[in-house]
Ligand binder design. Structure first.
Ligand SMILES: Nc1ncnc2c1ncn2[C@@H]1O[C@H](COP(=O)(O)OP(=O)(O)O)[C@@H](O)[C@H]1O
Ligand SMILES: O=C(O)C1=C[C@@H](OP(=O)(O)O)[C@@H](O)[C@H](O)C1
Ligand SMILES: [Mg+2]
Length: 184
């Protein structure tokens, strides 16, 4: 698979809680790729948590840091990059994402809600009705996520290992499409 990819980066996109960070780390191991989580880089660079960045600099400040980090990481190859769920919102980010293969991890709002029930690290979910917030975020973002090269729908029961296997099995079909598009 690594030979087939020829060092092309994989970008995982999708809603918060879908498993981008968890699956991305495993996927990188399987491919012999490096792993980067854009949120981790932002936290290290800013020296504070995502919650504190949202409080101090607002979502706009966070989105600027996110774009800066994405612009930097896309200069490297052989990486699996777990992005934050809102990376799709800025048009400029797409020019960076399209340097690599974009994989949309998609699962139901119910699954996400159950996973993040106790979580306090996602500022956008600190809402009086987090489930309805998730639904409206998904509604807004779905058309953007659907611009990915690969759409992987996952069920609540699927383990990270199974999701990695599904992604690896699907990659050759997209690479083939891209090669034939170049030939036409
Ligand atoms: N396939 C899975 N099955 C069960 N729990 C999962 C799975 N993938 C992720 N999780 C859990 O869901 C939560 C969110 O996962 P995370 O990887 O941080 O998602 P994201 O980066 O997309 O926000 C974490 O607690 C993680 O352990
Ligand atoms: O969906 C979003 O807008 C966000 C998702 C988070 O990352 P995960 O998708 O890894 O949870 C993080 O970037 C921030 O809380 C904003
Ligand atoms: Mg994450």
């Amino acid at each position: 698979m690594s030979n087939l990819l020829r060092g092309v980066n994989l970008y995982l996109i999708g809603m918060m809680g879908v498993g981008k960070t968890t699956v991305g780390r495993l996927l990188a191991q399987e491919l012999g790729y490096g792993f980067i989580d854009t949120d981790d880089v932002i936290v290290k660079a800013a020296g504070k948590s995502i919650n504190d960045i949202f409080t101090d600099e607002g979502e706009t400040g966070f989105r600027q840091l996110e774009s800066d980090v994405l612009a930097q990481v896309c200069a490297y190859t052989k990486l699996t990059i777990a992005t934050g769920g809102g990376i799709v919102l800025r048009q400029e980010n797409w020019s960076y994402l399209h340097h690599g293969l974009i994989v949309w991890l998609d699962c139901s709002v119910e699954t996400i809600f159950n996973r993040l029930l106790e979580d306090t690290t996602r500022p956008l979910l600190q809402d009086s009705n987090p489930e309805s917030k998730l639904r409206s975020l998904l509604q807004q973002r779905q058309p953007l996520y659907s611009q990915a090269d690969l759409h992987i729908t996952i069920t609540q029961e699927q383990t990270p290992e199974q999701i990695v296997a599904t992604i690896l099995a699907a990659i050759p079909s997209v690479l083939k499409t891209q090669v034939s598009q170049h030939q036409n």
